[in-house]
Design a protein around this ligand. Structure first.
Ligand code: UDP
Ligand code: MG
Length: 315
């Protein structure tokens, strides 16, 4: 088979892991090329997402020493998803198959063969799915399970326990490029493409070195994006809530009238304060949800580019 394979690796301040990652990827991809599984034009494409450490220096050195390594430098930090989209957009015109993978070796490099085997068996998209989450903290595990359930309930189809370790064929990449949203949430968009898909289970390890670039705050905003990009259910919920509260208040009014007519004036301080706080809270929450969507529209309407390329090293 002579397909060109690109391994697309977004990197943000990854100087601690890059030497090891490049070594393992070279062993893997070099081996596949030697075995004739993929074309000698296959490459490891490191996308430097505006790192502030020596990541880009390391990538350029790798490229100089070995043409197996390509580098794409974004003009500034655009976030994991956009860095991935940038890499995949560039790869689309250069390869037949692209596999996206994290730089920190959490995604099992040895699973690459199985991804390619699935592609050869006819799949256009292959999802890497974690076989277990033993290595995760209890907090991450429980929140992840809850989040996937919540997304399902919101009507967002998403592959369970799949991060961004995935293979896409060239035509899947071309289809992806037609999704014009500025804020792409790949895990939600890719399943919308269709085509034949399959799954490869892998053991997710701990980060090789350095620290996570997804602190809780970023993770939360990623989670909210995942919901608001694909579901209008939260807005519907607001409407439902509004109707319910209105119904309850009508009942309350009736009850007040009845008590008034029969001469029982109730003190009702607790109820009064309780409902003031509860209603205030609900209103703020609803405003917040609406604000999320309006913010989203605002961002999309401006139609800014998802990424700006500073430099491409590829030969
Ligand atoms: N990353 C990126 N831009 C960012 C943040 C992260 O390109 O703004 C990359 C990072 O270098 C890594 C991948 O995205 O290759 C996943 O990040 P990380 O491993 O820190 O996330 P976690 O695995 O902890 O969820
Ligand atoms: Mg990681």
């Amino acid at each position: 088979m002579n397909e060109i394979l690109y391994l697309v690796i977004p990197c943000y301040n990854e100087q601690e892991v890059l030497p090891e990652t490049s070594k393992r990827l070279k062993a893997k991809l070099g081996g596949m090329i030697a075995a004739g599984t993929v074309s000698p034009q296959s490459r490891v494409l490191f996308v430097d997402d505006g790192s502030r450490d020596t990541t880009w220096q390391l990538i350029s050195e790798l490229h100089e020493r070995d043409p197996l390594f390509s580098g794409l430098k974004l003009s500034h930090n655009q976030g994991h998803q956009n860095a991935l989209v940038a890499g995949l957009t560039v790869a689309k015109d250069l390869c037949d198959i692209a596999i996206s993978m994290d730089a920190d070796l959490q995604d099992d490099v040895d699973a690459v063969d199985r991804f390619v085997a699935e592609y050869q068996a006819g799949s256009d998209i292959v999802y890497g799915v974690r076989s277990s989450r033993k290595k995760d903290t209890l907090f991450k595990r429980t929140t992840a399970v809850g989040y996937y359930r919540f997304l399902r309930w919101m009507g967002v189809e998403i592959v369970q326990n799949h991060a961004d370790y995935r293979l896409m064929s060239r035509r899947a990449l071309e289809a992806l490029s037609q999704y014009g949203e500025v804020n792409l949430f790949l895990r939600g968009i890719v399943p919308l493409i269709g085509f034949r898909t399959s799954v490869v289970a892998y053991e997710r390890s701990e980060r090789f070195a350095g620290e996570s670039k997804y602190p809780l705050k970023k993770m939360l905003s990623f989670a909210v994006d995942g919901i608001t990009s694909f579901s209008v259910k939260p807005i519907r919920l607001i409407t439902t809530l509004g109707v319910l509260i209105f119904a309850v208040s009508v009942l309350c009014l009736l009850w007040l009238l009845v008590t008034k007519l029969f001469g029982h004036t109730v003190e009702g301080w607790t109820t009064l304060m309780g409902s003031v706080w509860a209603l205030g809270g609900i209103q703020l929450l609803c405003l917040g949800i609406l604000g999320e969507y309006i913010g989203k529209i605002y961002k999309e309407v401006k139609h800014r580019p998802r990424f700006v390329i500073d430099q491409l090293l590829n030969d």
